[in-house]
Design a protein around this ligand. Structure first.
Ligand code: IPM
Ligand code: MN
Length: 384
């Protein structure tokens, strides 16, 4: 008997609980259909409501509790409350979002994977027909860089105030994220070859390869980490002669993501630059309603990885049953796929969930449906 795989379900704020409820329903259908050894527990924290009651977003031992699980399924965090209520309980973003950053840091979830693929039925924002071929994987460095949260404010509130915000880039973290990018590029090319839909990318000498890694920097202005990224990229690229290599400055990458996003395969970017590029990439693949995201620790199996869609808590539509659970469900499919490292029987459940969500999207292109209605349709598909 396999040890059950345990998931900590943290719905969070805003639309989080609504979309997470649909994920849990799908997991229930899959579990009973295939007798999966899957367990989950729902936590009322981290959340705005918990903070209002306890004066903090989660209990002091929250991280220790979460570490007992194989994965964390997170809805969204942040709840500004009704703007027309001057007495509402309001928290600064830096407080309400802190648990998200704490989980990434504490569990050393050093990879943030954000696939951007324009699936049939998803909204196509770009007019160019080649947009249908958008299929990239943006890999965001998730452990350091612009997010180290070091710095301070001197002479706070005075005209002479100084705010410093430090960026830290280590060779170790640079090395592992770039290597991860090349590994994923290779894996994607193998998968495409199996499916008979190879892609072709030009590399530096003009010849072509079946996969590509594009590394993003701003080395023309931020030269220290930019140069280190470039050197590490060149070193590691030598070990992957089968993968095309490319570099873009982040501003030019924004332009090219809009002009010719189908020319990208795997993109490796720093924490902040990856954050910004993945909002853009989400729109290219149909919008926030469909964009999954995973925060992974590929090196330490004792550390839970965390799965949350790229979208936020969308307070403007929260509580109305309007949120699209598609992104959350695609994220859940990726979670099952990730957990199949521990329990291989979860791999086919991951595929089944992905296929059901994709088929639902394709069949209902452009129709307005509520959260529950979409969840019902997908559960029904899974149950058949
Ligand atoms: C994301 C979010 C977070 C980030 C915020 C909420 C801190 O934008 O997951 O992309 O910047 O990483
Ligand atoms: Mn973001």
């Amino acid at each position: 008997m396999v040890q059950p795989t345990r998931i900590a379900v943290t719905p969070g704020d805003g639309i989080g609980p609504e979309v997470v409820a649909e994920s849990v329903r799908c997991l229930e259908v899959l579990r009973s259909k295939h007798g999966l050894a899957l367990e989950w527990k729902r936590f009322p924290w981290p959340s705005h409501a918990w903070h209002e009651e306890h004066g903090e977003s989660w209990p002091a031992d929250a991280l220790e509790q979460l570490q007992q699980y194989d994965a964390i399924l997170l809805g969204a965090l942040g709840d500004p409350g009704p703007v027309d209520d001057p007495g509402r309980y309001l928290l600064p973003d830096s407080i309400s979002l802190a648990p998200l950053l704490d989980m990434r840091k504490n569990f050393d979830q050093w990879v943030c994977e954000r696939p951007a693929r324009l699936l049939p039925g998803a909204r196509q924002y770009l007019a160019d027909e080649r947009a249908k071929d958008i299929d990239m994987l943006v890999i965001r460095e998730n452990s350091e860089g612009e997010y180290v949260s070091q710095g301070g404010r001197l002479r706070k509130g005075t005209p002479d105030e100084v705010a410093t915000q430090m960026e830290v880039f280590t060779r170790k973290a640079t090395d592992r994220i770039i290597r991860y990018g090349f590994e994923q590029a290779r894996r994607r090319a193998e998968q495409r070859a199996k499916e008979g839909n190879t892609r072709s990318f030009r590399t530096l000498d003009g010849s072509t390869r079946e996969s590509q890694v594009c590394v993003i920097t701003k080395r023309n202005a931020l030269r220290y980490w930019g140069d280190m990224y470039t050197e590490v990229f060149e070193e590691i690229a030598e070990e992957y002669p089968d993968v095309a290599t490319h570099h873009e400055l982040v501003d030019a990458a924004c332009m090219k993501f809009v002009q010719s996003p189908w020319a990208f395969d795997v993109v490796v970017a720093s924490n902040l630059q990856g954050d910004i590029l993945t909002d853009l990439a989400a729109v290219l693949s149909g919008g926030m309603g469909v964009a999954p995201s995973c925060n992974l620790n590929p090196t330490d199996p004792d550390m839970p990885s965390m799965f949350e869609p790229t979208h936020g808590s969308a307070p403007d539509i929260a509580g109305q049953g309007l949120a699209d659970p598609t992104a959350m469900l695609f994220t859940t499919a990726r979670m099952l796929d990730w957990l199949s490292r521990k329990d291989p029987t979860l791999a086919s459940a991951a595929k089944e969930l992905f296929n059901a969500v994709a088929a639902d999207l394709a069949e209902n292109a452009g129709t307005q449906r509520g959260t529950r209605e979409i969840g019902d349709a997908i559960c029904k598909r899974l149950g058949d």
